[in-house]
Design a protein around this ligand. Structure first.
Ligand SMILES: Cc1cc2nc3c(=O)[nH]c(=O)nc-3n(C[C@H](O)[C@H](O)[C@H](O)COP(=O)(O)OP(=O)(O)OC[C@H]3O[C@@H](n4cnc5c(N)ncnc54)[C@H](O)[C@@H]3O)c2cc1C
Length: 306
């Protein structure tokens, strides 16, 4: 920034024979808050940039946030969609190309190249990976097919559906227990199933769950099957010592954490033990001119502002 508060704009790079359509200065992969910010900064610095987003609308995880957002400095929103609408209005002023509904399939390091599922290839000077994270799955049959047929996408967003029902929640962190409390306000019964002996959720959530008369906490147990063909009907569970159990239920919510969308850099750049991209203070990965930002490189504090 200059003293007047304006960005100290870089001179556009001089590359007379460069085709900016296919050989932009920067390719940004991912159109969540991190990717949109990266695209905006590229434009502000006079760099040509192409942002490639798999979804039809940018915004990433914001579209799945049903709670109010009150912890982003200077901007509050009733939910993630409202925050995304504001973000999308803001980013329109910046001149960078957006390629929506397009998945990046691979990145090459020498020479630097980005290839999409449609067969397009870009040869930028730099790549910024901002692909975020995805919810972890159980890997059981029916987990995808029964979404909307008894398997919930969101506890807060679908709480009304829980009225008078038996809900099973899988997980042991804040998200699992917070959803048990939210759904427990409407459901007849909530059963939380967690594979470890101890819950990771914050103590105040756990205390409330234990005090609620209709929330059962089962530890050292994991799902072995999701039952139901047309609709979710219940789960099979292996408990302590491998004892099997079958639980009938109306609804299922899986909250077992997130995994970084870092497959594009697997075998190329260094990832940590949980597959988050490792970056230096300049957000550069172990490969020169490949950068990563946002949740995909941030295992500790994944938030909109980071
Ligand atoms: C329920 C919930 C509540 C939250 N509440 C808050 C809150 O109150 N405050 C807060 O600060 N944060 C909150 N967060 C976290 C916040 O939403 C994330 O930190 C933020 O969205 C991360 O932005 P990102 O751009 O790094 O990744 P994402 O938002 O995950 O975006 C990544 C984008 O990359 C795209 N992508 C992935 N792979 C490819 C590919 N191969 N090709 C093309 N595109 C690809 C995806 O489609 C996605 O649009 C919440 C998250 C959730 C799920």
């Amino acid at each position: 920034m200059t003293e007047s508060g304006k960005t100290d704009r870089a001179e556009p790079l001089q590359r007379p024979e460069r085709n900016m359509e296919t050989n932009p200065d920067v390719v940004v992969i991912g159109g969540g808050p991190a990717g949109l910010s990266a695209g905006a900064w590229c434009a502000d610095l006079g760099l040509s940039a192409v942002l490639i987003e798999e979804g039809d609308t940018p915004g990433g995880q914001l579209h799945s946030i049903n709670n109010p957002i009150v912890n982003y400095a200077g901007l509050e929103a009733a939910n993630g969609r409202e925050f995304a609408a504001s973000l999308l209005r803001w980013q329109e002023q910046f001149a960078f190309r957006r390629l929506l509904g397009t998945r990046v399939e691979s990145i090459g390091a020498e020479p630097l190249a980005v290839r999409t599922e449609t067969g397009a290839e870009f040869r930028p000077s730099a790549v910024i990976l901002a692909t975020g994270v995805s919810r972890r799955k159980l890997g059981l049959r029916g987990e995808d097919d029964l979404v909307g047929k008894g398997i919930l996408r969101s506890g807060a967003g679908q709480r009304e559906e829980a009225k008078g029902k038996h809900v099973i929640i899988v997980g042991g962190g804040d998200a699992a227990i917070e959803n048990a409390l939210i759904l427990g306000e409407h459901a007849e019964r909530v059963t939380v199933i967690h594979r470890s002996r101890e819950f990771r959720a914050r103590p105040e959530f756990l205390a409330k769950a234990k005090a609620a008369g209709n929330v059962e906490l089962r530890t050292e147990s994991f799902l072995t099957a999701i039952r139901g063909e047309e609709r979710f009907e219940g789960v099979d569970v292996a408990g302590p010592g491998g004892a099997g159990d079958s639980i009938d239920a109306d609804l299922l919510l899986v909250r077992i954490g997130f995994k970084p969308n870092s497959e594009l850099l697997r075998g190329l750049a260094e990832l940590d033990v949980s597959s988050y991209v490792q970056v230096d203070v300049n957000s550069q990965t172990s490969i020169p001119m490949i950068y990563a930002c946002g949740d995909v490189a941030n295992p500790i504090s994944p938030t909109i502002s980071t």
